[in-house]
Structures are given as structure tokens and as C-alpha cells.
Write a protein that binds this ligand. Structure first.
Ligand code: NAD
Length: 353
């Protein structure tokens, strides 16, 4: 048992359950707010408009320009809508991209946010904002970035395509796996991480076969919540840093990159994080976390190889150079040979070692 730690709970109110979107207006009122600007991607605009209509006079309209990587140019455009509409609160309806936009506005205005997640990425549970300007992504962490309330309504996840459900679910599991071996881990986060992995590992194979299965979708959303708590509360290591390099330098898609890399980073760290990885393995119902994750990804038809999502073989050396340039804490030291092998296997789609 871990006997030396610091635990700090992050203050977000969570409303969980089927149909809970109907709690949006009371939640806005609970914040003391009167006019909420609803944010979404262009793809989810029709939903956002519907929600704005239901809010009636409590709506300050819709801004449907959220996009990947939270570009500052988009945030500035959204800020004009905030000013013009007199919004005193933000509602983010969508995945990590839309929630990222709400966070970017909140950090500039102090406006409170309510997140209504429709993927499993987990951003709603963190005080972290990643944004891009002139092609450079920077990450900041501040209490004002953390949404005040999160509404998890399973009905909003039923349309998440099977492929995105798989990659988004594995993205979520990565937060929990790294939470288990984090340098600043604690017993509460470890409990949360283990149950988050268990819930996702149970739900994803069912969703792959029956995307409308509400019970499985509820479990996945519960898992996403728990895994998101891990991301917000524990320091991330090799897996998130490598995915950051791959996404930032080679423009690889976020959730797919996480899905492909997770079995390999788990296997790399297993020799130096025995207790953590046996808890991950137990949650997966297997005796080896890296192989268990690889098998799960395969079973749910997730992408298995970086070469299939836009990375060239020549990029492996470049990625390795960048990854080794900025050292950070990881349970297993960053070794060039070991990391080269990891990247080669992830690139080719081979099982982890
Ligand atoms: P996303 O938000 O980019 O969504 C991808 C696409 O799926 C969008 O077109 C969206 O409109 C659509 N979509 C979302 N939910 C849907 C649904 N239920 N049905 C149909 N379509 C749906 O994807 P994501 O993976 O959720 O988020 C990725 C982004 O979030 C990345 O930029 C990542 O860096 C960021 N992120 C940040 C944190 C954090 O703590 N700051 C955590 C996780 C992810």
C-alpha cells in the first residue's frame, strides 16, 4: 500500500445519467448565470441550436466554430460573440475540441463553464488547456480552466461512430494507466484509475458490436469520467509526452495516436511499474497490461499502426530525437534503444514487447 502522498480533490459538480441534459437550465441558474453561449463544432451545430432554443431567454446564442487543437484565432472570434451577446456563462457541447474552446474563453474572461461531453476524451474533468498559435501548442493549468459542472447524458454518446468510440475510449484509458504509475499518484486516484479501466474494457467490445447498447454506453461514459479525473489529478509521463510529440510534430490525429501508442507505452513501463501495471492488468481481466490493451484494441477494430494514420518510417528517428530532447520523469528511464523499438513496433502495428 502507498503510505506517503498528497491528495487534492478537484471541484467539479457532476450530473450523471440518461436524459440529464434536461438539468442544463437549473445548472446555469445554480451558477447565478442568466445567459449561456452554447459552443460546438460545425458538425454538432444542429444539436447546439436545439439546446439554445430549449434554453429560451437563458440562451445567448450559439458559436459553432470549435475545431481541433484550440487555435487562438478561433478563440478570438468566439470572444467577439461572447462580448456581442452579453453571455455570462459558457456551455460546451461536444468532445475535447469544443470543451477546449470553452476553457480558452474562460481563461481569458473568467466566465464559468458547463461541459456536456459527447466523447470519452475526459477534458471536462481537468484544469488543463492546450491551445495552438502559429503552429505551436502550449499547455496551461489554472483553476479557472476547470468546468464548474459537467452533465454526462448517455443519449448524447449514441451517435459517436464506432471507430471514434474505440479510439476515444482507449484515449481515456491512457489517462488512467498513466495515473496508476504517476510520480504524484495517491491511493484515491489509483482506485479511480482501476475502475475507469475496468469500465472501459467492459464497455468498448460491446459498443463495437452494438453501438446503441445504452448499458455499455453508460459504462463507457462512467469510465471516461473516472479516467478524466486521473488526467486532471496526476502527472502524465511517457505515453502522453510521446503522443504530444507525434500529434504536434507530425500532425497525427489525437485519439487514434493515443489508441495505437497505449499498449506499447504500457509494455515499456511495465518492468519499472510492477504494482501499477498489475492493477491495470487486473482491471483488463488479463495478466499483462500491454498485451491486454493490444488485444482489446484489436478486438474493437481500433487502428493498430502509426503508418496507417499518416506517419512515415523516416519520422521514427525524428520523433525519437524530439522525445529525448526534453527529458521528464517516467517510471522507466527514457532509453534510446528501447524507445526506438517501441516506436518501430507502433509504426508497423506489431504487438508490444
Ligand atoms: P473532438 O472534440 O475533436 O471531436 C471529433 C469529432 O467528433 C468532431 O467533429 C465532433 O463534432 C464529433 N463528435 C463528437 N461527439 C460526437 C457524437 N457524440 N456524435 C457524433 N459526432 C461527434 O475529439 P476528442 O477526441 O473528444 O477531443 C480531442 C481534443 O481534445 C484534442 O485537441 C485534445 O488535445 C483535447 N483534449 C484535451 C484534454 C485536456 O484536458 N485539456 C483532454 C483530452 C483531450
Amino acid at each position: 500500500m502507498q503510505t506517503d502522498f498528497i491528495y487534492e480533490a478537484l471541484p467539479t459538480r457532476v450530473i450523471f445519467g440518461e436524459g440529464k441534459l434536461d438539468q442544463l437550465l437549473p445548472e446555469i441558474e445554480r451558477l447565478g448565470a442568466k445567459r449561456a453561449l452554447v459552443l460546438s463544432t460545425p458538425q454538432q451545430e444542429a444539436w447546439a441550436q436545439q439546446i439554445a432554443e430549449q434554453l429560451g431567454t437563458a440562451s445567448a446564442g450559439v458559436f459553432a466554430g470549435a475545431t481541433m487543437h484550440t487555435p487562438v484565432t478561433v478563440t478570438l472570434k468566439a470572444m467577439e460573440h461572447v462580448k456581442a451577446s452579453g453571455a455570462d456563462c459558457l456551455v460546451a457541447l461536444g468532445g475535447g475540441s469544443t470543451i477546449g474552446l470553452a476553457k480558452a474563453i474562460a481563461v481569458r474572461t473568467g466566465l464559468p463553464q458547463i461541459a456536456v461531453p459527447t466523447t470519452y476524451a475526459g477534458s471536462e474533468m481537468t484544469p488543463i488547456l492546450g491551445q495552438t498559435e502559429n503552429g505551436i501548442k502550449t499547455t496551461i493549468r489554472q483553476p479557472v480552466i476547470q468546468p464548474k459542472a459537467v452533465i454526462y447524458d448517455v443519449n448524447l454518446t449514441l451517435t459517436l461512430p464506432v471507430g471514434m468510440s474505440a479510439t476515444s475510449g482507449l484515449n481515456a484509458m491512457a489517462h488512467a494507466v498513466e495515473g496508476l504509475y504517476a510520480q504524484d499518484r495517491n491511493p484515491i486516484i489509483s482506485l479511480i484509475a482501476e475502475d475507469g479501466i475496468r469500465a472501459m474494457a467492459y464497455a468498448l467490445p460491446i459498443i463495437a458490436q452494438s453501438p446503441q447498447d445504452k448499458e455499455a454506453r453508460l459504462q463507457a461514459q462512467y469510465g471516461a469520467w473516472l479516467c478524466g479525473i486521473c488526467l486532471g489529478s496526476a502527472g502524465m509521463a511517457l505515453h502522453h509526452k510521446l503522443c504530444h510529440v507525434l500529434g504536434g510534430s507530425f500532425d497525427l490525429p489525437h485519439a487514434e495516436t493515443h489508441a495505437i501508442m497505449l499498449p506499447h507505452t504500457a509494455a515499456y513501463n511495465t518492468p519499472n511499474a510492477g504494482e501499477a501495471m498489475s492493477r491495470a492488468a487486473r482491471a483488463l481481466g488479463t495478466d499483462d497490461a500491454g498485451h491486454g490493451l493490444w488485444q482489446l484494441a484489436k478486438n474493437i477494430n481500433a487502428p493498430m499502426a502509426l503508418k496507417d494514420i499518416g506517419m512515415t518510417q523516416a519520422d521514427i528517428e525524428k520523433a525519437l530525437d524530439i522525445a529525448l530532447k526534453n527529458p521528464y520523469w517516467n517510471p522507466r528511464p527514457l532509453e534510446a534503444e528501447g524507445l526506438r523499438g517501441l516506436l518501430e513496433r507502433a509504426w508497423a502495428g506489431e504487438p508490444p514487447r
